[in-house]
Design a binder for this molecule. Structure first.
Ligand SMILES: Cc1cc2nc3c(=O)[nH]c(=O)nc-3n(C[C@H](O)[C@H](O)[C@H](O)COP(=O)(O)OP(=O)(O)OC[C@H]3O[C@@H](n4cnc5c(N)ncnc54)[C@H](O)[C@@H]3O)c2cc1C
Length: 236
């Protein structure tokens, strides 16, 4: 029997950030001619901040492609699958053909119960006996799948086939690179209360990096988001 590890965290490590609010402002200023490019030694001033806000307000998106991030993500497959829907970003993911999956699985702190209509579900945590039964079923199904994965490998079934038996909750790792424009789109969509909590977790972590490296952009987006009542940007 394979020993399993259950985790409930999702890791978003910053590998590097590139560009700056300067590079965004400069990219937009080229519209007015080369002489308007600010030297990097000039700090961002109040006029630049207003300019950034105006660019965001007017959907002038391309300047925000001149800065961005590379993250290393550690998350279960189902979350990485949701992440990969964000096509304006670049991914590389751990290969289930070249490596064997570790017996590490996501188990939420509390299983949630859903009610209401599709696209507007409400969730509450399961408790007591219901939670215990759900946890037992969940763990035993994963144990069974992982045991069979290892039996298949021992029986010389190729990794690319043996992996087909593994649950969505198995952890994988990915490199995710995207520009500020795309990250802000991601944050608006995935910090929204309608998004699954696990991907909201990635969006919240990514937002803290945005605040650190592109603080005025982050503030302006937070202002936009604040007009949407379901958006819980400020509940962190
Ligand atoms: C709460 C929630 C629930 C969801 N549920 C589902 C679901 O049930 N099923 C499902 O399949 N997906 C679902 N999604 C994923 C969603 O449909 C998008 O695929 C995902 O959010 C990526 O958004 P995006 O296209 O804006 O991002 P990106 O793919 O990064 O695209 C960024 C922007 O580029 C432009 N763009 C990109 N590709 C094209 C294109 N082909 N044509 C024109 N413009 C383009 C658009 O302006 C787009 O906003 C859900 C997303 C959320 C937030």
């Amino acid at each position: 029997m394979t020993n399993l590890e259950f985790r409930n965290d999702i890791v978003v490590d910053l590998n590097f950030a590139y560009g700056s609010e300067h590079s965004i402002v400069n990219a937009a200023r080229i519209s007015l001619g080369k002489s308007k490019i600010k030297p990097l030694s000039d700090p961002i001033n109040e006029k630049d901040k207003r300019f950034l806000k105006r660019l965001i307000r007017d959907y002038h998106g391309t300047p925000f492609e001149h800065g961005g991030f590379q993250f290393i993500i550690e998350a279960p497959l189902f979350v990485v699958h949701q992440l990969q829907r964000h096509r304006w970003s670049s991914f590389n993911e751990m290969s289930g053909r070249y490596t064997e999956f570790e017996p590490v699985f996501y188990k939420p702190k509390f299983f949630r119960k859903q009610s209401g209509k599709a696209m507007d579900y409400e969730f509450e945590n399961l408790t007591g006996y219901q939670l215990e039964v759900a946890e037992l079923d969940y763990e035993s199904a994963i144990q069974h799948a992982m045991n069979k994965y290892n039996f298949l490998l021992q029986g010389e079934v190729a990794r690319e086939h043996a992996r087909m038996i593994l649950p969505n909750s198995v952890y994988t790792a990915a490199v995710w690179t995207l520009n500020v424009r795309s990250l802000c789109n991601f944050i608006l969509l995935r910090m929204d209360a309608h998004a699954q909590q696990e991907i909201q977790d990635i969006a919240k972590q990514a937002f803290t990096y945005l605040q650190e490296y592109f603080p005025n952009v982050a503030n302006h987006y937070a202002e936009i988001a604040a007009i949407r009542p379901e958006f819980d940007l400020f509940d962190q």
